[in-house]
Every structure is written in C-alpha cells, then in structure tokens.
Design a protein around this ligand. Structure first.
Ligand SMILES: Nc1ncnc2c1ncn2[C@@H]1O[C@H](COP(=O)(O)OP(=O)(O)OP(=O)(O)O)[C@@H](O)[C@H]1O
Ligand SMILES: [Mg+2]
Length: 456
C-alpha cells in the first residue's frame, strides 16, 4: 500500500516545503489548512498518518487542534497523529500524546526528526498489519474447528459444509463480506478426507489475469520476462489437498475459460508448456458477489458457475444469526485482550450490548472483531465497555432506539413503576403500608415489584 500522510497546517509555506520533502520520501500527501478542511480531508482520505499543527484557524487556539486530534482518534483509533505546537505550547502538545497522539514536535521543525518519527510509524503499521493477519488466521474457538455459533441459520450452513466435506464435490461458499467464508473453507478441508494434504488458498481478485494464470497453472522457465525457472503453480501445489479460490467472481473472463477447461479435463497446461499435467485437487471457491446475476450480465461464465457450484454453502449475515452476537463478541474480546498490552479485559455494558443487538453489522463478523478491539482500547483501564466507547454508527443506532416513541403499554408500565417506588420511599420500604397507599393488596404489590424489577 502506498504511504500516505495528511498534512494539516495553516502556514502555506510550511505545507509547501514539507509537501515536497514528503513526496521525495515516497509519500502521497494530502493537505488541509484549517479545522473544517482538516475534518473533510480526514473523512475523505481516511489517512493512517497525520501531521497536525495544533494552532489552526478559525480559532487559532491550540485547544481546537487538540480537540481535532481527539476526534480523529475516536473515529479511527489506529491512526498515528504527530502533533506540532509553537515553542510556548509544549504542555498542550504533550497532553495530546497522553490522550493518544503518536508523538509531538515543537516548531521550528527539523525535517530529519520528523522523518524519523514518520519512519517509526511506518514500521509500526507493518507490524500492526502482520498482527491483524496472524490474528485472523489464529482465530480458533475451543472446539478447534475455528467456528463459533449455535444459531439455526449458521448451524444449517455448517452442517451442509460438513456433509459435503468427505466427498470431492466442488463447493461454492457464498456470503457477504466478513461472514466467515474463509474460515468455513478451512473447516471444510479439515473435515475432509484430504485433511492430511495441503490447503492452498489464493485471492483471485488480488492478481491481474496473467499473473493469476501463471500462479495457478504454473509456468516454464523463459515463458515470459522474469520467468527465470519452472514454477509448478498452485493447482499442483494443492495435490492431494484442497485448492481454495477466494473471490472467484473477480476472475478475468479469459482465465475463466482456462479454469473451466482445467476442471473438465482434470489437467492443467502451464504457461509456456506444450504437455498438460494431471491434477488431483478438491476445489472450494468463495465469493461475496451474486454470481447468478453476474452470469446474466456476462461477467461470469454460466458453464463455470455450474461447474464450481456442486454444492453451495450460503453463510448467513451476522444480523441473521440470532443469539450468536454475544458469544462472538466475547470471543473477539478475548482475542483482542491478548493483543492489547495492559488491557484489563473489560466486559460489555448493557447499553453497549443493546446497541450492538439493534445494529445491522454491514461488515459482519470482521466488523464485530474490529469493534471489539476498538471497544477494549477505548475502555482503557475501565472494567466495562460503555456505549460511548463504541463507533459512531453504533451510538447512532442507540440514539434511534431510545428516541423511538413509547407505546401506551410502556408508558403505563413506567408510570406504575414510578408510583410504586414513590410509595415505597414514602413508607420507608414498608410494603403493607405502601400497598395500602396504592389501594392494592400486599401480594399484588409484591407481584408488581417483581415484574418491574424494583429493588429496595
Ligand atoms: N464462526 C466463526 N467463529 C469465530 N470466528 C469467526 C467465525 N467466522 C468468521 N470468523 C472470524 O471473522 C473474521 C472474518 O472471517 P473470514 O475472513 O472468513 O470472512 P470472509 O467471509 O472470508 O470475509 P471477506 O469476504 O471480507 O473476505 C475472521 O477474523 C474470522 O476469524
Ligand atoms: Mg475472505
């Protein structure tokens, strides 16, 4: 990924100089000169790295810059912000570091010092990316399957996967982003007769058609510039095991023809080769795209679609997995705790959970995993993750629930509960007297106390 930085400073000359210097260092540079343009640029470019002068118009006070720093960090906690202050404002710059800024500098800035800080931030990003990918591959719940969930919808998909596993029928796993397609593919392999063989995965959307062809089918030495030696290709690397073609919907149409041929003849022709070689793989594919629709639009070959879809396992959305949310949230919290140094291992407060239950989770399990990491970071040393620790999207959902008009029933219940509390208070908790005041029997009062969950 290209290195990019958002440079926020009202001093045009400073921005101009540093824009050039940062370009030379290989950065893509975005600029902003005051609070409103900084907010807009942050929302638009979602930078991981920000250089922020604290004295910004319109107010020109460093506290406005500090507030901006807080706002950026709350929207994206992994963002690294280097704050800059005038010589007299070291205190406030230091306070931004205490609140989560990555580092601070005071003007005048030494370019080498700034670049050393930015280099350190880049190294940190590389590490964080690696942790993220390792962590995703290590996501292993207690039963060793890598699969958590007991909702009906999820269990139906899991059962189908396990039924298909011992056969060599090609399986197509479908489901929106983050629903667990890769995890289910690995489970399928592990439950199959080929579990001793390799599981070889490739993302068809990540490579261009030529590269994907030689990666899948292999190539002969000298077949193209850079082909300095023979390469067997992934079809052969997966011999005796499972080949997982992830994001197959993104495959180039020209390559779709070659894939279809390979599956039909059970042979592949390496790039630059004249003789095909036999293959022995079980094919599992995945896509988040609606392939039937893509076949009618001509983006995906219909014959290939039927070929790869011996059995289709469709994964449910997180919001369709009734009852799984809390379990998965807890699992991701446990995982996140191991990654966050000094984390106390907070639990979810009831209003955080309420908002999570009502939220739609467009990013499904992956979004939930990130949200739990964020929650734990924001909770800091607190033992509970509060609603205010969650992302703005979740907080908005909660605001929508609480502002929903109350039903008549709910209004009556709330009124009854408050009358009972008042009567109990007036009689210092004496239930017989309170019941008398309210004009109901003592037993009737006890029932209502239990129903409303009123505690003495
Ligand atoms: N049943 C599950 N139990 C526990 N963790 C899960 C489960 N399913 C998925 N996960 C976790 O959720 C995240 C997303 O899963 P995965 O990468 O398999 O999704 P995907 O459908 O392939 O997503 P994308 O379409 O974005 O590639 C991963 O961190 C994975 O470990
Ligand atoms: Mg995936």
């Amino acid at each position: 990924m290209a290195k990019s930085v958002l440079l926020i400073d009202d001093d045009d000359a400073f921005r101009e100089v540093y824009h050039e210097l940062l370009l030379d260092e290989g950065y893509v540079v975005h600029e902003a000169r005051d609070v409103p343009t900084a907010k807009a640029a942050f929302a638009k470019h979602q930078p991981r790295l920000v250089v922020l002068d604290l004295m910004l118009p319109p107010s020109g006070s460093p506290t406005a810059g500090a507030a901006l720093c807080d706002e950026f960090l709350s929207a994206s906690p992994n963002c690294k912000i280097v704050t800059i202050s005038g010589t007299g404002d070291t205190k406030i710059a230091l306070s931004t570091v205490r609140r989560g800024a990555y580092d601070f500098l005071t003007k005048p800035i030494e370019p080498d010092v700034l670049f050393a800080i930015l280099d350190r931030a880049q190294a940190r990003f590389a590490l964080e990316d690696r942790v993220e990918s390792l962590e995703a591959s290590l996501a292993a719940p207690a039963d060793g399957s890598g699969l958590l969930g007991s909702s009906k919808t999820f269990l139906a998909a899991r059962k189908l996967c396990e039924k298909a596993a011992p056969t060599d029928v090609p399986v197509l796993i479908t489901g929106a982003t983050g629903t667990g397609k890769e995890v289910i593919a690995r489970h399928l392999h592990a439950s199959s007769n080929r579990s001793e063989g390799p599981f070889v995965a490739i993302n068809c959307g990540a490579l261009n058609a030529n590269l994907l062809e030689s990666t899948l089918f292999g190539h002969k030495k000298g077949a193209f510039t850079g082909a300095t030696q023979d390469s067997p290709g992934l079809f052969r690397a997966a011999t005796g095991g499972t080949l997982f073609l992830d994001e197959i919907g993104d495959m180039d149409p020209a390559l779709q023809v070659k894939l279809l041929r390979a599956l039909e003849t059970r042979e592949v022709l390496a790039v630059g080769a004249t003789e095909p070689t036999a293959i022995d793989i079980r094919l599992v594919s995945a896509t988040h795209q609606p392939l039937p629709q893509r076949t009618t639009e001509g983006g995906f070959r219909e014959d290939l679609y039927w070929r790869i879809r011996g059995i289709e396992v469709e994964l449910p959305l997180l919001c369709e997995r009734s009852g799984d949310l809390e379990l998965l949230a807890q699992h991701f919290l446990n995982q996140a705790r191991a990654l966050i140094p000094g984390s106390a291992g907070a639990t979810l407060s009831s209003d955080a959970l309420r908002a999570m239950e009502a939220y739609g989770w467009p990013g499904n399990l992956r979004e939930l995993r990130h949200e739990m990491q964020r929650g734990l970071v924001m909770a800091g040393t607190r033992s509970e993750i509060l609603l205010s620790d969650l992302s703005p999207a979740l907080r908005q959902v909660d605001a929508a629930i609480t502002s929903r008009p109350q039903t008549l029933e709910a209004k009556i219940a709330a009124l009854e509960s408050s009358e009972i509390k008042a009567a109990l208070e007036a009689t210092s908790g004496n239930k017989s007297q309170a019941a008398e005041r309210l004009g109901i029997s003592r037993q009737g009062l006890l029932n209502k106390i239990a129903r409303h969950g009123i505690t003495p």
